[in-house]
Ligand binder design. Sequence first.
Ligand code: PEP
Ligand code: MG
Length: 577
Amino acid sequence: MLTLHGAGIGKGITIGTAFVLRGPTLDIPDYMVPDDEIETEVNRFQNAIQAARAQLIDIRDHIPGNAPSESVMFIDAHLLMMEDPLIASEPLQTIRNEHANAESALQRHAETLVRAFEEMEDPYLRDKKTDINQVVNRIQQNLLNVHEENIDSIGEGLEGRIVITTDLAPADTVLLKHHRMSAFVTDLGGPISHTAILARSLKIPAIVGLHGATRYIRHGETLIVDGKRGTVILSPDDDVLNAYHDHYGKILHRQQELETLRTSEAVTRDGHLIQLMANIELPDDIEATQKAHADGVGLYRTEYLFMNREEPPTEAEQFSAYKRVVTALKRPITIRTLDLGADKQVDGGRPNLDTTTNPALGLRAVRLCLNEPGLFKPQLRAILRASAFGPIEMMIPMVSSLDELGQVLDLVEEVKQDLRRQGHAFDEDIPIGGMIEVPAAAIAADLFASRLNFLSIGTNDLIQYTLAIDRVDDSVNYLYDPLHPSVLRLIKMTIDAGNRAGVPVAMCGEMAGESKYTRLLLGLGLRNFSMEPDSLLEIKKIIRETDIHSLSEAVGEILACSEPNELRGLVDKLGYT
Ligand code: PEP
Ligand code: MG
């Protein structure tokens, strides 16, 4: 029995047998093409590109209707990559000028492109090299006339199996889901690659970046894939298998139990009504939000509308996306203005890449927006116009200075004036709130509260900035601690400041959706939690079984505790760890 570790995607556990899907090993030939065969070689290259393109279009046309909308975008991104000069035209010059054979000409230019991506600091862009390799691989297979094990021809053989492969393209992930694979494990890939994003939204447990997976795992071997822990257990013995079966059974049983709470109120034993909101990324997430009976959307991360495309969405496009969410849900929607920068980049590069060495401390979120009013204003207009169709609140990410906040509020006023002049309807009293995710904003939360209608604590960044830990850097991840006394004090300061000013305080960072912290947060005074829709019922159950009144002594002890292990023990003692 061996346990391998990689980057886990999703929360699920799958027990099943391995289906090792091997791509062909491609030996790239390298030879000189005689003068009189150059044009034939050029044609061979162009035909291979055309064939690869036709295959991708065919896959795109067969994406099942219920697949997430990103699936099409990912294939379109691969089609676009095929048009990159280093792939589509430079190899032609190399064939003609250097008499290189097509495969070798393509390989040389592809390596230049991959190197350029590898050297990028941004993990999101670095991950793009995987997509380039997938595109080039497809063209090489057509040149060499070798074909991968065809997923479609394996068909039903994949049902319920755990696919083990070197790497998985987004298009293949969709096909495999269609054939009902239950999980997948790849040697390569990062947790924020397109494939990982797709796996999350398709709810397929997966482990990526598990180097050696195809070497160590045998076809037909029994595996336990634990997406939450990022582990694969190979040939588990009966004790482990039984323990996981029990664990799995308990998870299912618990889910069934939770189902009964869908329509119940999130009210504590001592009568406090708690708001439970959903975090969403795309308009398509409305369904999960409705299913969870969330009180509304506490965080709509609009930046995902801007990704994987050449041009930012127009005002009209944004307006229709925001309107669609608010009219479908008929509940309050908190639309967060663009939070691009740091690890969240649109395709096509990063602003100030040459000068920014600490992107998380650089031109990100509201700073970027104020720096680029051409990007910001259409979004403000679209949010305001959508507010005529339902209860919308506007939330500003990463506020850190009152001057900056003043500029945002002035800009919103200016946009409102324009809309009035142009006869557009909007909610004149649209609430404007700020995310408290920079320590400066938490420490001076009273000052920010005096100028805003609500605050929302973003613990993901608040922890990153308070503890100086890059949230996407694996090597310092072990220091990422929501229970650090400094973090707890900042959360408490923010909630207290909001209460004193009569301004509601929510939390929309991951901490709000983690059951082990629910009672602590209730004891700290939090009354509005926003989280991914799948966590909502579990948090509701805890709320309904809690008496806030009885928490105050224990929470006081936690805040006064100076010993980390003891502090964790005290939080565990609150229950629901
Ligand atoms: C946060 O920082 O906690 C947050 C909710 O925003 P994001 O994760 O999008 O940075
Ligand atoms: Mg944040």
